[in-house]
Design a protein around this ligand. Structure first.
Ligand code: BV8
Ligand code: ZN
Length: 249
């Protein structure tokens, strides 16, 4: 990562009135949460995450899918936000206006101090009934065990409880998506961290800012389709680059 790039990115943050922070799985990688690209381990190895994260998979084998999400939820409860999450919360704090928009279903931005991040793809902590849609409560603190776990029945209608995430083929929550598009269209600067930008319509968000003339800073150790629209590309990891960026501001 070149000092000049870090300098340029710091100046953009310094001058920005309205900032959007857009994140993907890469921002949680250094907390120990595997990204979608990282090969799943153990039982899940034989499944493509994109095939497990579908209503069809839940219909075919609810215990397999519920077990996967319970394993992921327990794994998130056993890790901590990393210096990347904390640096983003610091940027958010010092900016006149800033909103975090995430594709992640973990709660690490909140635990790092970010205020009401917009979860485009839902959360591991918002289970609901797969039929009547009523919110459900499930016990916390279970160990991350790999295996099939039958989803509990809804207290109201008895149908299986499902994870409160957006599965492939499902629409994003309208309010969240509209709020994210509006923020991206009206911001001076969008900082995108740890996303491969291949899942739509979320991947449109940074493109909206670029189309509206706002600046885009990308933090990612790998190239992505966003390299083309980013004013500054910081090729490194979230926990390494973001604290250095806060230092430089
Ligand atoms: C829908 C929740 C229709 C569940 C998720 C247009 C073109 C092509 C396809 C489509 C299209 N429009 C729609 C589609 C279909 C589909 C889609 O986009 N498919 C893709 C695969 C081609 N989209 C949908 O199905 C969406 N719904 O379209 O509905 C509709 C409309 C109206 C009415 C009815 C229906 C729903 C998509 C949401 C799916 N749910 N998550 C769960 O988590 O289990 S998506 C999930 O995958 C994540 O949320 C995230 O969005 C995505 C993974 O991407 P990333 O987060 O970027 O992670 P990834 O692993 O890919 O990359 C990690 C990056 O981090 C890498 O670049 C790596 O280099 C970097 N990195 C690694 N380590 C670090 C790092 N960076 C920094 N620091 C590090 N340490
Ligand atoms: Zn119900």
């Amino acid at each position: 990562m070149r000092d000049t790039d870090l300098r340029e990115a710091a100046d953009l943050i310094d001058r920005a009135g309205r900032i959007v922070i857009f994140t993907g799985a890469g921002v949680s990688a250094e907390s120990g949460i595997p990204t979608f690209r990282d090969a799943p381990s153990g039982l899940w190895e034989q499944f493509d995450p994109r095939r497990l994260a579908t209503p069809e998979a839940f219909g075919d084998d609810p215990a397999l899918v519920w077990g996967w999400y319970e394993w992921r939820r327990a794994a998130v409860q056993q890790v901590e936000p990393n210096p990347g999450h904390r640096a983003l919360a610091a940027i958010e704090q010092r900016a006149p206006e800033c909103v975090v928009v995430t594709q992640n279903v973990d709660d690490l931005h909140e635990r790092a101090g970010s205020k009401e991040p917009i979860h485009l793809h839902g959360s591991l902590f918002a289970p609901r009934c797969s039929a009547c849609g009523r919110p459900a409560t499930v016990a916390n603190g279970a160990p991350a065990v790999e295996g099939r776990v039958p989803p509990p029945p809804c207290d109201h209608c008895g149908a299986p409880i499902r994870p409160g995430v957006v599965w492939f083929g499902e629409a994003l929550p309208v309010d969240a998506f509209e709020a994210a598009v509006a923020a991206a269209a009206n911001c001076d600067l969008l900082i995108t961290v740890g996303t491969s930008a291949v899942v739509f319509p979320a991947a449109e968000i940074p493109q909206v800012t670029a189309r509206m003339g706002g600046a885009v800073i990308q933090v990612n150790p790998e190239p992505t389709p966003l390299d083309a629209v980013a004013r500054v590309n910081l090729h490194g990891t979230a926990a390494e680059v973001l604290p250095a960026l806060v230092e430089a501001v």
